[in-house]
Design a binder for this molecule. Structure first.
Ligand code: 4AS
Length: 327
């Protein structure tokens, strides 16, 4: 029975968290993403103009899946595509002997520019894997029957290294009880229902909960427009900036804490997490860590929320569930 743990290293402003993964005989830094289900990486097949500065997977150690290809577009319209190989993947000591590796032959500029990241490791449900003609399993699904327990956990931190564990829950990483809620897998995400919100201006219109997904690959916390508006109504100098496409606030502000009720338990995001990052280096205006989820169709509990809790992604029972505990 396999268990393992791997570091989650924060990038600038906690924009993403990267973890070392051995693929074939390359060690790459991948962005673990519970909001998607493709394991893709820059490769020796990627055009040099797109892959400059990135670690590359060399498919010579793998076996090509003939006729298989993949093409993914994320919510922010970033995209990548390529072909597929089966190869050995090791994450924190947990080994998948034959994992589908999606080698990029084309990536959009968002990925080219993010030189610290060599690709993504999807941890959503394999039902949304983009490989055609036959979707393949995520790393977690590939190894889950070899794990001591079919779970992985997420312990992200603000401005410090956190960790992912596979196959076990680490009791040293949380305090109090774990609150579990059911997961709806219909859209392929770790989707749950938040009971309600409070904190901030008009107490962030408490009581209005909603459908949400837990997404380690998204930096911020996207909430119903009325909740986001209500929160910032209590923050001096905050406003919705159409040019920036979201709420901004003075970097000097100390925004109020924000509370989320899930499964009857309240989890608090410290206000400091919501003063997210300067619009550009040296700016005294910062982008807010809470934004409206308008047009998405559900709320996204990205890293701004996840770094305030210990999260358990549990597929060990008759149906998947999400656990949250105070860090
Ligand atoms: C889908 N989850 C995270 C995400 N959103 C935009 C890009 N990425 C990787």
């Amino acid at each position: 029975c396999q268990t393992g743990e791997v570091a989650a290293d924060p990038q600038l402003y906690d924009q993403s968290y990267l973890s070392p993964v051995t693929i074939g005989n390359s060690e790459l830094m991948l962005d673990f993403d519970t909001g998607s289900a493709d394991l893709w990486c820059f490769s020796t097949e990627s055009p040099a103009v797109q892959s400059a500065g990135h670690g590359l997977y060399n498919p010579s150690t793998g076996t090509e899946l003939d006729g298989a290809f993949w093409d993914i577009t994320y919510g922010d319209q970033s995209a990548a595509s390529g072909n597929v190989f089966a190869d050995k993947v090791v994450v924190g000591g947990v080994t998948a002997t034959k994992q589908a590796i999606e080698a990029a032959t084309s990536v959009s500029y968002e990925f080219t520019e993010d030189v610290a990241s060599d690709g993504l490791l999807g941890l959503a449900f394999s039902s949304i894997n983009t490989i055609l003609p036959q979707p393949q399993t995520t790393f977690f699904d590939t190894v889950r029957n070899t794990l001591a327990k079919a779970v992985f956990t997420v312990d992200l931190k603000k401005g410090a290294a956190g960790s992912y564990t596979f196959g076990y829950i680490d009791s040293s990483k949380y305090s109090g009880a774990i609150t579990y809620v059911p997961v709806n897998t219909a859209n392929g995400f770790w989707q749950f229902t938040a009971d309600g919100y409070s904190g901030g201006g008009n107490n962030a219109s408490t009581g209005r909960g909603g459908v949400a997904i837990a997404d380690t690959g998204t930096s911020l916390l996207y909430l119903p427009a009325s909740v986001a508006k209500g929160y910032y109504s209590g923050v001096q100098g905050a406003s919705f900036d159409f040019r920036q496409g979201g709420y901004t606030l003075p970097c000097s502000a100390t925004p109020p804490d924000f509370n989320v009720a899930i499964g009857g338990k309240t989890f608090t995001v410290p206000g400091s997490y919501i003063n997210y990052a300067p619009l550009r280096a040296g700016s005294s205006t910062c982008f807010g860590g809470i934004q409206a989820d308008s047009g998405i169709g559900f709320s996204i509990f990205g890293d701004v929320f996840l770094k305030a809790v210990y999260a358990i992604f549990d597929d060990s029972g008759s149906s998947p569930k999400l656990g949250f505990a105070a860090q």
